[in-house]
Design a protein around this ligand. Structure first.
Ligand SMILES: *Cc1c(COP(=O)(O)O)cnc(C)c1O
Length: 397
């Protein structure tokens, strides 16, 4: 049996006819940029998360850049975020000329540790950029109170959390601006790149609309330097077909997660994602991430980075990082997993000038050598998941 980490094809065949006719409709309309499909999507997505304004753009990365620009964040400014995320989170901050400031994460849920934020706030700090990583919502009530108290803006990175809620309120409806990605593997995936911003503020929405089309409030009048960043009509049409299914897909992801949580409880050296706040949140489970503790002493990130070659030569838990051993062993049994993320952002070569070193963020660094994302997607069958569970249990027993 071969189990993929995610599957796009099953969803496509389930939606088959609807997708085909939507795509044909756009092709024959000749309206490829903007138009009805995009307007319809912006309105229905806004309604689905409970905000008055949604503006489509080219990607989740662009959504972050547009949000930062619209809040006038740039050179000399600092933005607080976490290093345990996809690179784009920090890259967007740097793209507008500001500086990302990384704080530690809570090892139980991999999210920014709210108790560490105030320690790094200074006069240059302009905003907090929390990441609802793996689909797990940050405690937005506490985070907003913290931001309010310190006069900071909040931009939510909702790229992995489409469908997630905190206290019954959708992610992306709490902060000044929410940023979503419709990259194909996200919970709501387009057939290519796509993204959007969400906001309660009509003026911010208008500013972002203009920034996304070359800073152009009306045709051929350019009031500031902007971008060319639009959600294509073709992508909007795909998203219009998929959006009505999103809540059900998230429910299915939740069932898959619950089965893993039940079946993998109490495995030696394996920590499951925390369910500490389940009463307050709807987790969107874009990923089901376990952390595999290294029982041997060779668990530092640097030994992992530099002895990768040696590790490949022998696949036993004694000779390598236990997470890497588990990943390889699972693959040998047809269970394909992914590591999100093997190297924290603050240790990426592109960020060497920020001055972080190995040891700057010990929890983040340790987790990068322990995390493993198990197969999770709405269409995974009982049989497939039971197989994954059986293989994991056999390997770790
Ligand atoms: C995917 C992702 C992004 C970027 O989205 P793109 O649409 O790929 O540009 C940003 N932040 C996080 C946390 C992501 O997972």
């Amino acid at each position: 049996m071969q189990i993929p980490p995610f599957s796009l094809s099953k969803q496509i065949s389930l939606l088959g006819d609807d997708l085909n006719s939507a795509l044909l409709r756009v092709l024959q309309s000749g309206q490829y940029i903007g138009g009805e499909e995009v307007n319809t999507f912006e309105e229905s997505f806004a309604a689905s998360i409970g905000v008055p304004h949604v503006v489509g753009c080219n990607s989740g990365t662009d959504a972050l850049v547009l949000a930062l620009r619209a809040l006038d964040i740039g050179a000399g400014d600092e933005v607080i975020t976490s290093s345990f995320s996809f690179f784009a989170t920090a890259e967007a901050i740097s793209a507008v000329g500001a500086k990302p400031i990384f704080v530690e994460i809570d090892p139980r849920d991999y999210l920014i540790d709210l108790s560490q934020i105030e320690k790094v706030i200074n006069s240059a700090t302009k905003a907090i950029l929390p990441v609802h990583l793996f689909g797990c919502p940050v405690d937005m009530e506490q985070l907003m109170a913290l931001a309010m108290k310190n006069g900071l803006k909040v931009i939510e990175d909702c790229a992995q959390a489409c469908g997630a809620k905190w206290q019954g309120r959708s992610v992306g409806s709490w902060g000044d601006i929410g940023c979503f990605s419709f990259f194909p593997t996200k919970n709501l995936g387009a057939a290519g790149d796509g993204g959007c911003i969400s906001t309660q503020d009509g003026q911010l929405a208008q500013r972002i609309r203009e920034l996304a089309i070359h800073g152009m409030p009306r045709r051929y009048l350019h009031t500031e330097l902007g971008y060319n960043s639009r959600l294509d009509a073709i992508q909007a049409a795909v998203l219009n077909v998929k959006l009505p299914h999103l809540a059900n897909w998230v429910k299915k992801r939740d069932l898959v997660a619950k089965r893993y949580l039940d079946a993998l409880d109490n495995l030696p050296g394996v920590e499951l994602p925390s369910t500490k706040s389940t009463i307050h949140m709807l987790h969107a489970w874009n990923q089901f991430v376990v952390s595999v503790k290294d029982i041997s002493s060779k668990d530092s990130l640097s030994s992992k980075l530099f002895s990768h070659q040696e590790m490949r030569s022998s696949n036993s838990p004694e000779n390598q990082n236990r997470r890497d051993w588990l990943k390889n062993s699972l693959r040998n049994h047809g269970v394909n997993t992914i590591i999100y993320y093997p190297i924290p952002i603050h240790l990426q070569p592109a960020y060497s000038e920020l001055g972080y070193t190995s040891g700057s963020l010990p929890i983040t660094e340790r987790l990068c050598s322990e995390v493993l994302s198990l197969p999770i997607f709405p269409e995974i069958t009982f049989e497939e998941q039971n197989y994954v569970i059986k293989v994991i249990k056999n390997l770790l027993a």
